[in-house]
Write a protein that binds this ligand. Structure first.
Ligand code: NDP
Length: 231
């Protein structure tokens, strides 16, 4: 039975790979992006006619999220994936030299947005049969990774883990599973060309692990292969 997945940041990187894999196996994808009608998504919409719904969404904007919510009102979503993310500046994010403005922007996308989007689309997920809300975090958010650099990015992923566990507890009674994932070190614009795995491998692993997950996994933090990651 095909499912409906909503993916934020669906236009490139891991979000696009998730979208492609889901379309390939016959699921329906609500491809949320700042520009959902251009580039790779436009091509996919032409090939997978009727399977892909473009949804304009800037996850940092209350107005954009409210408009997307209204456009999608009453339609069930089986799995919501908060994937959109930013790394922040490659320099000036150490404990001794921090670009505070950039740090705030990283928090807008990586921390506040997953909660904003999850709150907005919770009724849609409750109306679906999959009942899962996924957030793509990172093992770089593990306190045990003993950080030195990349403090803006790492702190945002540590924070979103805490936020989404709180959300998971808040929606436990409605039987919506809240799942956190490290997608691997993936060859995307963010991960860089020297990363470990291609986006297709990350996407296939994430989808298989999400498919096999349920309420027993709520508030877990795992990698794309389903292995637990320390907080
Ligand atoms: P990319 O940089 O390749 O893609 C980022 C995506 O996020 C783009 O689609 C981008 O859209 C979107 N995005 C950024 N800001 C916004 C916004 N305000 N509103 C809507 N969409 C936005 O990153 P990856 O695919 O590599 O990363 C995806 C997720 O995986 C992120 O959360 C990242 O932190 C996480 N991750 C990635 C790892 C890796 O090795 N690649 C490792 C660990 C975690 P646009 O094109 O409009 O900018």
């Amino acid at each position: 039975m095909p499912q409906t997945w909503m993916i934020t940041g669906a236009n490139r990187g891991i979000g696009l790979a998730l979208t492609m894999e889901l379309l390939r196996r016959g699921d329906h994808v609500v491809a949320a992006a700042r520009d959902p009608w251009g580039g790779a998504l436009a091509e996919l919409a032409g090939v997978h006619v009727g399977q892909l719904t473009p949804l304009e969404l800037d996850v940092t904007s209350d107005r954009s999220v409210a408009a997307a919510k209204q456009a999608f009102d009453g339609r069930p979503i089986d799995v919501l994936v908060n994937n959109a993310g930013v790394y922040g500046p490659r320099d000036r994010q150490t404990a001794l030299d921090m670009d505070f403005k950039a740090w705030r922007e990283v928090f807008e996308v990586n921390v506040y947005a997953p909660l904003r989007v999850s709150q907005a689309f919770l009724p849609n997920v409750e109306a679906g049969s999959g009942r899962k809300i996924v957030t793509i975090s990172s093992r770089m958010g593990s306190i045990g990774s003993n950080p030195s650099g990349a403090i803006a990015y790492r702190s945002s992923k540590a924070a979103v883990n805490m936020v989404m566990v709180g959300f998971g507890n808040a929606v436990r009674d409605s039987e919506v599973a809240v799942l956190l994932f490290h997608p691997g070190w993936v060859r995307t614009d963010m991960g860089g060309g020297g990363a470990d795995i291609p986006p297709s491998e990350s996407a296939a692993g994430l989808i298989a692990t999400i498919d096999a997950s349920g309420m027993r996994d709520t508030n877990s933090f795992r990698n794309w292969k389903g292995e637990e990651i320390p907080w």
